[in-house]
Design a protein around this ligand. Structure first.
Ligand SMILES: [Fe+2]
Length: 289
């Protein structure tokens, strides 16, 4: 990777504990937006752009040119604001190429319309493992890091890595692996892949769920994770991790927004096609998940 140290601006969404990032090379440069959130109220079925408005304000304030809107995976805890941001600011929406596996699984779960395409063409670009692309002067590299979902990717930009749902802050551990297509063994391998990067590499989390009264945090390093991550610090074997992860996942409830979020996010953040009355609907499969 080139040696440029990108500027990273986190925007925290307290409703879903998600971090959206704007990564750039200084005022007036090109930028990428990573994992933007569309606010969704499950009680009313209403969306709003409170969170994404903050992204727009930051991009305009710093006169950034949006080249990319990057998703680390099809999130289960929030809806993506990618299409709305593309409309406001431009840029191309991208995700890992294995999104097609996730589309296939959930087309079945939600019995989606026959026209729903399983080739990922709802996104502007699908990335393969190891692919390199540019964000202006910054060079970015895609790391395929499955486990939480079969399609997860992390984005390495200079000395910064946006890890998606793989590692959490050291005192929180790792992401769950019990969604359809999740795999604790694969997540262990993915965390080792990230932790093999140079020790000073900056790691940016997709979420934080701080225990006790620790303030919310989004940034750590490979060295800190290897020393202190409660699930995958150096010395934890794959077998130990898988046993812990599987037992812990069995105790977790489904995220509040998983049903709306997945339906929208496998469409690159678009709502389902409107019905004859001009309204779009989301489905709730009964006893299916
Ligand atoms: Fe996730």
């Amino acid at each position: 990777m080139n040696e440029i140290r990108p500027q990273v601006h986190p925007i925290f969404d307290p409703a879903t504990w998600t971090f959206t990032y704007v990564v750039h090379d200084g005022p007036g440069s090109d930028c990428a937006i990573i994992d933007p959130v569309l606010d969704y109220d499950p009680k009313s079925g209403r969306t709003s752009t409170r969170s994404a408005d903050k992204v727009v304000a930051y991009v305009r304030e710093h006169r950034l040119n949006v080249q990319w809107i990057l998703e680390t995976h099809a999130h289960a805890d929030h809806l993506s604001a990618a299409p709305w941001l593309r409309q406001q600011l431009g840029g191309r929406i991208a995700i890992g190429s294995h999104i097609t596996t996730v589309q296939k699984v959930f087309k079945g779960v939600f019995n989606l319309e026959p026209e729903f395409r399983l080739d990922g063409s709802q996104f502007d670009r699908l990335f393969e493992d190891g692919e390199v692309f540019e964000i202006g002067r910054l060079q970015a590299r895609v790391m395929y890091v499955p486990g939480h979902t079969p399609a997860c990717v992390a984005y390495q930009v200079g000395d910064a890595v946006f890890v998606g749902d793989t590692l959490f802050m050291p005192d929180v551990g790792t992401a769950r692996c019990d969604f359809p297509g999740g795999d604790a063994k694969a997540l262990y391998a993915s965390t080792r892949k990230i932790l093999a990067l140079p020790p000073q590499t900056r790691l940016f989390m997709c979420h934080d769920y701080p225990p006790n009264d620790r303030p919310v945090a989004c940034e750590t390093t490979v060295a800190e994770q290897r020393a202190r991550n409660i699930h995958v610090h150096d010395g934890i074997t794959e077998a130990e991790f898988v046993r812990m992860r599987t037992a812990r996942d069995a105790t977790l409830e489904m995220p509040v927004l998983i049903l709306p979020a997945v339906q929208v996010n496998i469409r690159a953040g678009q709502m389902p096609p409107k019905e004859a009355n001009g309204t779009a609907y989301l489905k709730i499969p009964i006893n299916a998940l």
